[in-house]
Write a protein that binds this ligand. Structure first.
Ligand code: ATR
Length: 270
């Protein structure tokens, strides 16, 4: 069996221990995937123990996504740009860190017929989720990305850090009245977790534009409701969650699973 685990705190809510064994069954690969509670500062010991047990790879979730960089022997360019990793794979007696969040988002957008190539994009929020997504969206050919955040300086710094990759600019929410309408409007704020809406307005959406919420489940209901009331097509981020798992699974096994059955299962479960 392939021995995998997710490390984080809290970790019990993670869907990864459900998702990866389901992916494995698509190829007849036996996946042993468990969830390991690891508070901040404990990851080094947890990873050493896991390696000693024969652990071959895994995922990293909050609050360890930054901490893992210093523990990994090697980090991909995506990890450097995102400042965070969500995936580990055992390589040459050490851990190689990857970030598949952005690639997972892009693969979900492609699945939805919303491939970023040539598109203009607005992202609301400039936290870890946006940091993870930017390089993948720009590498996938996004024509322009305008990031709007409550704290303008964070959005501006993120834009500067990605300036080599394409046309990306950062603004404060106070500048939304002058925003240029985009083909894709994405929510990467955590406001939905409190039942709140980010500062959406119709003028952000170019004709035929789509809204994509990085949240899923209850946290996505404020935005999905606003979009329904305003006749705007909208998607939640469940496909992004499954998408990052698809890319991680491919790193571990060399096989690219079909997200559809897992999506259907998770939709039915919630
Ligand atoms: P994640 O990893 O989900 O991105 P995060 O890194 O904590 O979480 O980022 C949360 C995002 O939601 C940030 O863009 C944050 O804005 P700030 O950079 O100004 O903090 C945004 N956010 C959180 N609470 C908010 C609120 N009450 N109003 C507006 N934006 C909020």
């Amino acid at each position: 069996a392939l021995r995998l685990a997710i490390f984080g705190s809290p970790v019990a809510q993670s869907k990864s221990p459900l998702i990866h064994p389901m992916f494995g069954r698509q190829f007849g690969i036996d996946i042993h995937y468990d969830a390991r509670e690891a508070p901040a500062g404990t990851l080094a010991d947890a990873l050493a123990a896991f390696a000693a047990e024969g652990g071959q790879g895994g995922n990293i979730t909050a609050p360890l996504k930054q901490e893992v960089r210093a523990l990994a022997t090697t980090c991909s360019r995506r990890v450097e740009l995102a400042g965070a990793a969500n995936t580990l794979v055992r390589r040459d007696g050490g851990w190689h860190a990857e970030n598949t969040d952005g690639a997972g988002l892009v693969s979900d957008l492609e699945r939805l017929g919303l491939a970023p190539a040539g598109k203009t994009i607005i992202i609301l929020g400039a936290g870890g989720a946006t940091r993870g997504a930017l390089a993948a969206l720009l590498d996938a050919g996004a024509r322009r990305i305008d990031i709007y955040n409550r704290t303008a300086a964070t959005a501006e710094a993120l834009a500067r850090a990605h300036a080599d990759l394409g046309d990306v600019r950062g603004f404060g929410f106070g500048q939304l009245d002058q925003a240029r309408a985009a083909d894709l409007v994405m929510n990467a704020t955590s406001l939905g977790h409190h039942g709140d809406l980010p500062p959406l307005r119709n003028a952000l959406f170019a004709p035929g534009a789509t809204c994509y919420d990085f949240n899923y489940g209850a946290a996505a209901t404020p935005i999905l409701g606003w979009c329904a009331a305003n006749d705007i097509a909208a998607h939640d981020g469940l496909g992004m969650l499954v998408g990052q798992a698809v890319v991680s699974f491919e790193i571990w096994t060399g096989k690219r699973p079909d997200p559809a059955p897992v999506m259907a299962f998770l939709r039915g479960e919630s």
